[in-house]
Design a protein around this ligand. Structure first.
Ligand code: PMV
Length: 319
């Protein structure tokens, strides 16, 4: 029987937002993420008479299938293996949240490819492969906190675990404000962002904030972890706003949520936010405040979907 590989989504606390090489997906900066327990992708690959990609039980044609098979083609030529493949993936994301991340998808796909062909790789080697599908996928090989070191070529650009079982009291409340498909892919957004006059300062800041974040994690310092994550996300979105022409992933509800986080903090409920290439917000909080934050968001945003996530594990083979 074909084996299923499971990889969990990760959320960057220090973001990757800029490519040095788009073919190899080499980043301009290192990044740091938290792998989360609630969102993951299960993927298995079997031999087939034609290439086919099934997502959540539905056969896919078009861009998503093309992206999967162009990635698998690169891997096949890398390992000198051939054959038509059936790829079956299930994205475990509560509701049609529009929060599905390519991080778990391409990590699971790289893992399933290796299982299918009996290729034995170290986590670092697997991280490098996953990176070729989607940059953020390089970090989903690991549980807990992971760092993707930018490196300067295919060999040196990979992620490693900073702490796979962190002791930090850190919850991530994923607030689904809007489940519309984003207009601008992260690849397009990163490209456009490079036209911002603040793009070079952004790269420099990222390096500093990464080091500060590593220290804050080691010191188990929630306040510093949260405020650095928030600052870093705001800087990423500032380069988008100041690009030529400027753009933003924010929707009116995103701004309302940002103000709500500041409001909660003023009331003594400590929390911080991070935002990726979409309108939804992720709130960093400690366990004791999850209930108050959730209640406040539910009362301000009717029918909002909030998922309370914590640290998730690294990639694994299920059977
Ligand atoms: O690698 P991609 O295409 O999933 O881009 C990731 C971009 C961000 O999520 C915004 C930041 C990050 O480091 O994950």
């Amino acid at each position: 029987m074909e084996k299923t590989v499971r990889a969990h989504t990760n959320i960057a606390l220090i973001k990757y937002w800029g490519k040095a090489d788009s073919g190899l997906r080499l980043p301009l900066m290192s990044s740091l993420s938290m792998t989360i327990d609630k969102f993951y992708t299960d993927t298995k690959i079997s031999d087939s008479t034609e290439n086919q990609f099934w997502l959540n039980g539905v056969k896919q044609n078009g861009p998503s299938s093309n992206r999967v098979f162009s990635f698998l083609k690169i891997l096949q030529s890398k390992f000198a293996v051939t054959g038509k493949l059936k790829v079956e993936s299930y994205n475990h994301v509560p509701t049609a949240a529009g929060l599905a991340s390519s991080s778990s998808a391409f990590a699971a796909l790289a893992g399933a490819f290796c299982v299918h062909y009996g290729i034995n790789l170290s986590p670092v080697e697997l991280s490098r492969l996953a990176r070729l599908g989607s940059g953020s996928a390089s970090r989903s090989i690991y549980g807990g906190f992971a760092i993707w070191q930018k490196g300067n070529d295919d060999e040196s650009s990979y992620a490693y675990a900073l702490d796979e079982k962190p002791d930090v009291d850190l919850q991530l409340l994923v607030v689904e404000l809007n489940n519309r498909q984003k207009d601008l892919s992260s690849t397009q957004g990163m490209k456009q962002a490079q036209t911002s006059p603040f793009f070079m300062p952004w790269i420099a800041r990222n390096q500093i904030e990464l080091e500060q974040m590593i220290n804050a994690i080691k010191a188990n310092d929630f306040s510093t972890i949260g405020s650095l994550a928030e600052l870093n996300a705001c800087e990423m979105h500032a380069v988008n706003l100041t690009a030529q022409p400027g753009f933003t992933y924010f929707e009116p509800a995103t701004i309302k949520a940002i103000k709500l986080v500041a409001d909660l903090r003023r009331l003594g409920i400590e929390c911080y936010f991070t935002i990726d290439a979409g309108p939804n917000i992720k709130i960093l909080s400690q366990l004791k405040n999850v209930k108050d934050i959730t209640n406040r968001f539910v009362s301000e945003f009717h029918n909002v979907n909030i998922i309370n996530a914590s640290f998730g594990p690294g990639i694994s083979c299920l059977n």
